[in-house]
Write a protein that binds this ligand. Structure first.
Ligand code: V07
Length: 269
């Protein structure tokens, strides 16, 4: 177990209670990360882009363990988007091998940490070897009760939403759903994140490598998420960076569209 709660943090960040430590009661339950900057990390070192992806996969393991030790319930990682198919064939092939490598090397570790693998996205279009590795990872970790490690693979949020609309329309046509019944909760239950309930919506979304975009990731689910953008490239991202980003999250005051009532203040005032 990382002693992150008790350890003095390097940068001495103070939260609103004047503390430089994480507050376990304010831990984000679901953290989503856009793992950007693998290519740039490699370029800076005059290495091929795939070297960045390789190092990025090592970081997936480190950050998974750190998040699990911190008591996070769901960690969603954006690994491959529907737009990534436009990359050079050699790079796409390498990316498609990563779940195979990851499965062979890390699944025993995941089981040791009681981490369950889940996937969102259209995996039916991935090469057979990739699908097999992903399905094996899901199958072998299915009884784990701890954190869910949720990979977004060949995922696109608009496609997900359109798919939900199609299925709801079919269910209306067959009389399974009454249009008057369609509300936010029913709609959410048709999204790929339904299996993560009650933690389907991220509390915190982190994007590494300096870009401040959502890139078609979890558009419905991040309606109330706190967004943290960090300049650190994903292959350089360390457990301490995760702690810093959670501290930034804990310093924000989450209102969900309402007005936060401070402790001791009269709600009816
Ligand atoms: C990928 C490594 C991390 C940095 C970002 C892109 C490259 C782990 C997986 C994975 C996915 C499903 C699964 C087991 C492992 C992965 C892709 C790319 C396509 F069941 N890392 N990683 N998949 N990268």
């Amino acid at each position: 177990m990382y002693s992150l709660f008790s350890k003095k943090l390097k940068n001495n960040t103070k939260n609103q209670f004047g503390s430089d430590q994480l507050q376990p009661e304010l831990m984000p339950k679901h953290i989503a990360i856009i793992m950007d900057g693998n290519g740039r990390w490699a370029q800076k070192r005059h290495l091929p882009r795939v070297a960045g992806h390789k190092q990025g996969m090592e970081v997936v393991e480190t950050i998974t363990k750190a998040a699990s030790d911190l008591g996070v319930k769901v960690l969603t990682l954006y690994a491959f988007s529907t737009e990534n198919w436009k990359r050079p064939a050699g790079e796409v092939n390498y990316l498609m091998d990563l779940p195979v490598t990851f499965f062979n090397r890390f699944v025993p570790e995941l089981i040791k940490h009681d981490v369950r693998v889940n996937v969102i996205g259209d995996t039916s279009k991935l090469p057979q070897k990739t699908q097999t590795a992903v399905n094996n990872a899901i199958e072998q970790t299915k009884d784990c009760q701890g954190m869910v490690l949720n990979f977004a693979l060949n995922y696109g949020s608009r496609t997900e939403i359109v798919g939900a609309v199609q299925t709801i329309a079919q269910d209306v046509a067959t009389g399974k759903v009454d249009p008057a019944q369609i509300d936010e909760q029913l709609f959410s239950s048709y999204l790929m994140t339904d299996s993560l309930q009650p933690n389907g919506d991220p509390d915190l979304l982190i994007r590494t490598s300096g870009e401040q975009r959502l890139s078609n990731f979890l558009l419905w689910q991040i309606a109330y998420s706190e967004l943290v953008f960090t300049d650190v490239y994903w292959p350089d991202y360390q457990p301490q960076n995760l702690v810093d980003d959670i501290l930034a999250f804990q310093q924000r005051d989450r209102r969900f569209g309402g007005i936060q009532v401070k402790e001791g203040e009269n709600k009816n005032k």
